[in-house]
Design a protein around this ligand. Structure first.
Ligand SMILES: NC(=O)c1ccc[n+]([C@@H]2O[C@H](COP(=O)([O-])OP(=O)(O)OC[C@H]3O[C@@H](n4cnc5c(N)ncnc54)[C@H](O)[C@@H]3O)[C@@H](O)[C@H]2O)c1
Ligand SMILES: O=c1ccn([C@@H]2O[C@H](COP(=O)(O)OP(=O)(O)O[C@H]3O[C@H](CO)[C@@H](O)[C@H](O)[C@H]3O)[C@@H](O)[C@H]2O)c(=O)[nH]1
Length: 330
């Protein structure tokens, strides 16, 4: 079985990718410092290295021990809002940490990588849909830290011969439909899990960050993509990467192509849970673009990937089941 090193694999998206890797005949090996992940989010028999991507000696040991065929690189700080307060941490962990990883890959002859990029690289545009040919103009240091990694990848591909795909995910949502994994950020800052905890009366309602955006209902629009579909996209990307013989770098959006406003999401959360939690409006959160919706055409044409779940209510329903069954976990 081909071994795939999954950095950040104990996190929300990573734990779903590990499930999908095993179902697809790959052997995940996870490296995670557990700053925001959970060892118990992974099956016990998945090889696990507790280490930081900035620790070169730990990376060297990991490459020597496991000799992975490819890397899925997800380890990162992920909150766009926090990056407006602590930009240095984002450049240190995301950008410098990724350079450290790429250098270790080069030294150990591991030439294939799927990288977790983000819709946040696009920033504010007036466009209905965003496609991969647009210039990147991130609104926040998080997006800039990821855009820099895309630039490094392009150079490592053209000059050192790496093969790389950057998947620009839009907003991951939902949980494993079979209930084996879900979202457990601590502290939680994402819209849907916060709304679900309001629905469960674990918090006192939900505040909308800004209702004066230039959108139909004044709240921000995002493209919510089911985490199970996101995991499936990684398998497509990996299969594609492994089938190539020449170096290349490509960028692919992973989203549904459908936008949903914050207000819509909250109404859906109330509908799915049957709980009319209080909703109020507060100031905009700095660094939030008004609208981020994918043009998903390239994911279909290059990777033959299309989402199985396109209705946010299905995503919320799976997230709610997971929330309900795991509310005692931190
Ligand atoms: N959640 C989303 O909607 C979304 C959207 C676009 C892109 N992404 C990207 O997807 C990836 C995974 O996101 P997620 O939502 O699963 O986040 P997450 O926080 O649940 O997972 C990230 C994992 O990385 C680990 N980690 C953080 N810093 C590390 C370090 N220095 N060394 C080793 N491990 C480290 C954390 O412990 C965690 O397990 C990230 O790269 C994120 O930027 C996420
Ligand atoms: O209490 C809350 C929380 C969020 N929001 C809004 O809900 C939307 C979604 O926010 P959130 O769930 O925090 O996700 P994003 O800030 O869009 O970022 C996510 O999605 C990006 C891709 O679009 C990823 O790159 C990031 O890592 C990931 O955190 C935004 O408009 C927020 O302002 C609120 O109004 N109230």
């Amino acid at each position: 079985m081909e071994k795939i090193l999954v950095t950040g694999g104990a996190g929300y998206i990573g734990s779903h990718i590990c499930l999908k890797l095993r179902e697809s005949g790959y052997q995940p090996v996870v490296l995670d410092n557990l700053s925001n992940g959970h060892r118990d989010a992974l099956a016990n028999d998945i090889p696990f290295v507790r280490a930081d991507i900035r620790d070169r000696a730990a990376l060297d040991d990991t490459f020597k021990t496991f000799r992975p065929t490819a890397v899925i690189h997800m380890a990162a700080l992920i909150e766009a809002g926090l990056s407006m307060e602590e930009p240095a941490s984002f450049y240190e962990v995301n950008t410098a940490g990724s350079l450290n990883l790429l250098e270790a890959m080069r030294q150990h002859g591991c030439w294939q990588i799927v990288f977790s990029s983000t819709a946040a690289v696009y920033g504010n545009t007036n466009l209905e849909m965003l496609d991969e040919t647009l210039p990147v103009r991130p609104e926040n240091p998080y997006g800039r830290s990821k855009a820099m990694i895309e630039t490094m990848l392009a150079d490592f591909c053209s000059i050192y011969g790496l093969r790389a795909i950057a998947l620009r995910y839009f907003n991951a949502a939902g949980a494993d439909p079979a209930g084996r994994a879900g979202e457990r950020h601590n502290p939680e800052t994402h819209l849907i899990p916060l709304a679900l905890s309001a629905a469960a009366r674990q918090r006192n309602g939900l505040k909308i960050f800004g209702s004066d955006y230039d959108t139909p209902d004044g709240t921000c629009i995002r493209d919510y993509v089911h985490v199970d579909d996101l995991a499936a996209a990684h398998i497509r990307a990996l299969d594609y990467l492994i089938a190539q013989t020449n170096s290349f770098f490509d960028i692919v959006n992973i989203g549904t192509g459908k936008g949903c406003s914050v207000s819509d999401i909250l109404l859906f959360c109330q509908e799915v849970t049957g709980s009319k939690f209080p909703i109020s409006t507060t100031a905009r959160r700095p660094g939030d673009p008004a609208r981020l919706v994918a043009n998903p055409a390239k994911a279909k044409s290059l990777l033959n990937w299309t989402p199985r779940y396109a209705d946010p209510r299905e995503m919320i329903s799976h997230a709610w089941s997971y929330y309900f069954d795991n509310s005692e976990k931190s």
